[in-house]
Design a protein around this ligand. Structure first.
Ligand code: 13P
Length: 321
């Protein structure tokens, strides 16, 4: 088993100054693309998934299959991470299933409104106590990241407050902290390329200095490349124009103190482009194994590029004992 905690994975990354992509997966084919990209580039990697992400498996079934899949990549240091755990109970389920890291998203109250600082601290602290007893890492969230986290909740952006960061970390003991700096989740982010007034990378440097032992996380990091959108739309898609976080901004974010970079949409777009191209090239094909393989290869190519960009490529050997 190649599993490590996020604490271990990110401590090593911080020591050497590189970033680590945390790539969302909602099925095994996508997880294979992530793990194959990590193997090909000799990268440590974070595989992350939302509760309820798989369209036709229970969480427990999907999670067991993910762990079995990861077992087949003994040379890849992997953290299995629950993205945006909505409650203490969901985090506890993921920990029992074998996750090595969980995120408790205490930024919203049960009704989708921004939670108070005290509410956020209370639930996060409870998860940290449970997780740390079992050797599992925890990520919390300060501020609220915009966009749709699960396709149902549309949270407005509330920027992370540096003055609260140190007290949040001291009160909760989190290993990693997602900081809202203007990004949003999903395939539709900004109507124009985001400038410094939208994407507040200055907050990263300020918060990093205040919580030196805690790893900062950038959510909503997809770039939404125009070239991928063009591939999808050339084969019947209608993905509207939108801008994400440019590659150079992500590199700058890592330099300023971001350690974990969350990405879902870009490899979903790449996967969809591969599937659409395969179906368009062979309109009589009805074999899902063939077009899913094309999607997987297309996603893997994009993921390999990102692993090189974030600096994790070539770093797997640092984790060998
Ligand atoms: P994107 O929606 O930009 O791909 O980001 C994913 C994410 O932040 C998951 O937590």
């Amino acid at each position: 088993m190649t599993l490590v905690t996020n604490r271990t994975l990110l401590d090593v990354a911080a020591g050497a100054g590189f970033g680590v992509g945390a790539f969302n997966v909602a099925d095994l084919t996508m997880a294979q693309a992530v793990l194959d990209a990590a193997r090909a580039t000799e990268s440590p990697v974070i595989v992350e998934t939302l509760a309820g992400a798989h369209p036709h498996c229970s969480d427990e079934t999907f999670w067991a299959l993910l762990l079995e899949l990861i077992d087949g990549y003994p040379e890849v240091p992997v953290a299995l991470h629950l993205d945006h755990g909505p409650s203490y109970e969901t985090c506890a389920r993921a920990i029992s299933a074998g996750f090595t890291s969980v995120m408790i998203d205490g930024s919203l109250d049960g009704a989708g409104r921004p939670a108070s600082f005290e509410q956020n601290v209370a639930v996060t602290r409870r998860v940290v106590a449970y997780a740390h007893e079992r050797g599992v890492s925890v990520e919390g969230e300060l501020g609220t990241i915009g966009g749709s986290k699960d396709g149902t909740v549309r949270a407005e952006i509330v920027l992370a407050d540096p003055a609260q960061a140190a007290s949040f970390v001291a009160a909760t003991g989190v290993d990693a902290l997602a900081v809202a700096i203007g990004t949003s989740h999903g395939a539709y982010k900004f109507d124009t390329p985001p400038d410094g007034s939208v994407l507040r990378l200055d907050l990263v440097a300020e918060i990093a200095a205040l919580v030196p032992g805690t790893h900062l996380v950038l959510h909503g990091s997809s770039s939404l490349p125009a070239s991928l959108r063009a591939r999808v739309n050339a084969c019947g898609g209608r993905v509207p124009e939108s801008w994400g976080v440019a590659d150079e901004e992500k590199v700058r974010a890592v330099k300023l103190g971001i350690r974990k970079i969350n990405q879902g949409m870009d490899h979903y777009l790449a996967f969809t482009a591969g599937v659409r191209e395969a179906l368009a090239a062979d309109p009589v094909s009805v074999d899902p194994a063939v077009y899913l393989a094309a999607g997987r290869e297309s996603a893997q190519r994009l993921l390999e590029e990102r692993m090189v960009l974030f600096g994790q490529a070539g770093q797997a050997s640092r984790y060998r004992r």
